[in-house]
Design a binder for this molecule. Structure first.
Ligand code: PLP
Length: 429
């Protein structure tokens, strides 16, 4: 009988056949998942604080989603740009859930593709090419989105990038670039935007792209009121306001869309990740008058809006409504947040805990006063958590932030069990 391959066997294959350029992860080979739990190829169990990478909001292997995908797979997989009932029903449902004014949607496959399309749309619509983006912003790895990404190591030696990006500081209040404190700062970083544009722009401003919270930079949440004022600023300057909700949407922040927290009215909204809860899909939503600048054949994608992913995304919307996942994310998120804040009080090497709904960053520091980042410590903590059955990862500009982003189906019991693992691990450092 053939011997079952173990984690070590699979990791050896990874070393032999994969290039090793993907993000660092603890050495686990996932086998299957259920809700907010995962099992690896050796049968070891984990609570999941990753949702993949904030993707499986409806939980791993949701039977309803699995059934919708299986049914669709046996009917029709690709039509290219021929419309299908799945794509059109999804378009209608999404637009019904959008703020007024966002009336049309085109589907793509990945977040980067959606951002690329949004940037092209803003440029075509305005006839200009400059885009204001932010320090720490992350919008994807292909050239368009990478060019408006404000993390140097992501662009490192890949230049020259697409011209026209104007980078401005984002309100990373824990490490304010101006060494000010909120609210006494009166959002100085917003006033500073005028200076940035005055110095940097050659007069061809097309748009502004921003995440409602910065994910990859380390789950950095702007202070309340910032985004609305930013939107007002963008509109005053006649910039197309592009909101990148690739990771913040689909209930993650305790609202269906993060834009709801401040009643934002973006000109273009980008969705991805949670839209299919694992079925690969992304979307660009905008106003009819903006999309009208594109003629037939000017925006399209082979896999975008494929019937398989659209059937999956329809099932996701049904699951979210029936299981009230947005409300659950808000309520259970508060509970999780309190548990994490308790840990911050207890362990001096936790510099900051921030987030809302079911997305939190735990920032590890060597010293609370100096705030010196502790990336090695973060890595050791992640490795030990994973060894003890808590699937998690780290990220951030300094590599010192633990990601806390479980599937929205996580229960109170699972929150208790998983935070207890973290607390026990933290107590060993
Ligand atoms: N935008 C944001 C805010 C993201 O977090 C990501 C991915 O992490 C992307 C865009 C790119 O998405 P994808 O990896 O699907 O291309």
């Amino acid at each position: 009988m053939k011997k079952k391959r173990t984690t070590e066997d699979w990791l050896e294959l990874a070393r032999r056949f994969e290039p090793g350029c993907m993000n660092w992860q603890a050495p686990v080979v996932w086998d299957h998942g259920q809700g907010a739990e995962i099992w690896d190829v050796d049968g070891k169990h984990y609570y999941d604080w990753t949702s993949g990478v904030l993707v499986t909001n409806a939980g791993h292997a949701h039977p309803r989603l699995a059934e919708a995908l299986a049914k669709q797979a046996s009917r029709l997989l690709n039509t290219f740009d021929f419309p299908t009932p799945e794509r059109l029903t999804l378009a209608q449902r999404l637009i019904e859930l959008m703020p007024a004014g966002l009336t049309k949607v085109i589907f793509m496959t990945t977040g980067a593709e959606a951002l690329d399309a949004a940037l092209r749309l803003a440029r075509r619509y305005t006839g200009n090419f400059e885009v204001v983006a932010f320090w720490g912003g992350f919008h994807g790895r292909s050239y368009g989105p990478m060019s408006v990404t404000g993390i140097a190591k992501i662009r490192h030696h890949f230049g020259p990038t697409v011209p026209g990006t104007i980078l401005a500081p984002y309100p990373y209040c824990y490490r304010c670039p101006f060494e000010k404190a909120h609210p006494e700062c009166e959002l100085f970083c917003l006033d500073f935007l005028d200076k940035v544009v005055e110095v940097e722009s050659s007069g061809f401003l097309a748009g502004l792209v921003v995440e409602p919270y910065q994910g990859t930079a380390g789950f950095i949440f702007p202070p309340p009121g910032y985004l609305k004022k930013l939107e007002e600023w963008a509109k005053k300057k006649k910039l197309v306001f592009i909101l990148d909700e690739v990771q913040s949407s689909y209930g993650r922040t305790g609202r269906m869309w993060a834009l709801e927290h401040e009643n934002l009215q973006p000109d273009i909204l980008c969705l991805g990740k949670g839209i299919g809860s694992g079925a690969p899909l992304a979307a660009v939503v905008s106003r009819s008058e903006i999309f009208a600048c594109l003629g037939p054949g000017e925006m399209s994608s082979t896999m975008g809006g494929n019937p398989l992913s659209c059937a999956g995304a329809l099932a996701v919307l049904e699951i979210m409504a029936e299981e009230r996942l947005v409300e659950k994310a808000a309520m259970n998120g508060e509970y999780l947040k309190n548990r994490l804040l308790h840990l911050q009080n207890k362990f001096p090497f936790i510099g900051d805990v921030r987030g809302m709904g079911l997305v939190y960053g735990i920032e590890f520091v060597k010293d609370r006063k100096t705030k010196e980042p502790a990336p090695e410590l973060a890595q050791q903590i992640v490795l030990k958590c994973v060894a003890n059955g808590l699937m998690c990862g780290k990220l951030g500009i300094h590599g010192n932030v633990m990601r806390v982003a479980p599937p929205l189906v996580i229960t109170r019991e699972q929150i208790d069990a998983s935070t207890t693992i973290l607390e026990k691990v933290l107590a060993t450092f």
